[in-house]
Design a protein around this ligand. Structure first.
Ligand code: ADP
Ligand code: MG
Length: 390
């Protein structure tokens, strides 16, 4: 990624400065919306005719991620390219990277999309992760130390929202789990006693400047993020500081350019353990759109366009509730009128037509003057939506 600056609202050779994104999901949609608000044109590459981002972008290249013509059209349309999900094939990013600034680059995305490489990277950075073993062969399966059980088998690639993961208590279950995952490369991770989970989002520029959003406290249900709470003191200050430092070192070591999210476990004894990273904005950072003076998507635009990075400031405590397809009963939308009648609610829907169970349909952020107030409103909203109290 070169150090060039793409100023918003500018044009060159009669073409408006356009930013591109690989992937058309909700993260791409919110990136596109942030870029457009600043005066950029946008182009999305996604095979789906009704992708959330494709629907709101100026241009939509509707091809597969590895389609040569599609990649070439994307490059012609835009001045720089980012990605909204980590499973964009690395070869596609390499093709793009040869002709345009791409942030994050193929190398960083390649590490984040493979749990084995990702864990090796954490170890390199001196940030502790859960004890684990790589399982690629039956011999490795047999050689797994007893100490890792009970544990969680996770596929090295393509897992998300708890998919591609199986919890196992003993060797028999472990062997059955690996079998049911069709013998693909996996890691077995020791099951840890979690007190809480948190995440940190940083944005790093080509010049090495690195800024961060405040630490997010996350509640997962059935492997999917359910609630994020961000306020002063959500986790002990010393832990928060360590999490931010660890995230910055993980980004620095990769010479990362773009927005990076790192997820952590906090154990019962307050040990901080790194879980995984995402080379893009993250579900746990959505609150920043309404509670901070710079959102994670504005930060993504800035890193991509080579604009100055300044430290974001949170101006309101916030709770974010994920709106999963489960809340749509018999195809009926939740009672948005009741939700919007509550003070400080910000509704974001992603334009998805079908509300399947576990599908991320939108999110609701609640802001207010004080945390008790925000929490009370968030609990009232959860009750209306049928989300279990937290
Ligand atoms: P995904 O890519 O699906 O987000 P994660 O590895 O983050 O996968 O796992 C999803 C959730 O499962 C975590 O947020 C956490 O709640 C739980 N989990 C994962 N690994 C462990 C572990 N080693 N010990 C305890 N809980 C875990
Ligand atoms: Mg995760």
């Amino acid at each position: 990624m070169s150090g060039q600056t793409l100023l918003p609202g500018s044009s060159a050779n009669g073409q408006q400065t356009t930013l591109g994104v690989m992937g058309g999901g909700q993260l791409g949609r919110m990136f596109v919306q942030a870029a457009q608000a600043m005066g950029y044109f946008t182009v999305v590459l996604d095979p789906d005719v009704v992708s959330p981002a494709g629907l709101v972008s100026h241009y939509h290249v509707q091809t597969d991620y590895l389609d040569e013509q599609g990649l070439s059209q994307l490059m012609q349309r835009c001045a720089a390219i980012t990605t909204e999900f980590e499973n964009v094939p690395a070869p596609a990013l390499m093709t793009l990277g040869a002709a345009r600034p791409v942030a994050p680059n193929a190398h960083a995305v390649g590490i984040a999309q493979d749990r084995v490489k990702e864990k090796a990277h954490f170890v390199r950075c001196g940030v502790p992760c859960a004890p684990y073993a790589v399982i690629e062969t039956a011999t490795q399966l047999a050689a797994v130390p007893d100490d890792l059980l009970p544990g969680i088998v996770k596929t090295a690639r393509l897992g998300y929202d708890g998919k591609g993961q199986i919890r196992v208590k003993n060797r028999t279950e472990l062997a059955a789990a690996w079998d049911s995952l069709k013998g693909v490369t996996c890691v077995l991770e020791k099951m840890l006693p979690l007190k809480s989970e948190c995440s940190v989002i940083v944005a790093r520029g080509a010049d090495g400047t690195c800024v961060n959003l405040p630490v997010q406290l996350n509640l997962h249900r059935e492997g999917i993020l359910a609630v994020t709470e961000v306020y002063e003191g959500n986790i002990p200050a010393a832990l928060a500081e360590r999490a931010v430092e660890a995230t910055k070192s993980i980004a620095e070591e990769l010479q990362y350019v773009g927005v990076l999210c790192v997820e952590f476990f906090v154990l019962q004894d307050d040990t901080l353990i790194v879980n995984e990273m995402a080379p893009r904005p993250h579900n746990s950072g959505h609150y920043s759109m309404n509670a901070c003076d710079l959102s994670q998507f504005e930060l993504q635009v800035r890193t991509l366009a080579g604009l100055p990075l300044v430290q974001p400031r949170q101006h309101s405590p916030a709770v974010m509730l994920n709106l999963l397809g489960d809340l749509w009963v018999d195809g009926q939308s939740p009672a948005w009128d009741q939700i919007l009648a509550l003070p400080g609610t910000h509704l974001h829907l992603y334009g998805k037509l079908k509300a399947n169970k576990g599908r991320k349909m939108g999110h609701l952020t609640i802001t207010g003057a004080t945390m008790p107030e925000v929490r009370a409103t968030a609990l009232a909203a959860a009750a209306i939506l049928g989300i279990e109290a937290f």
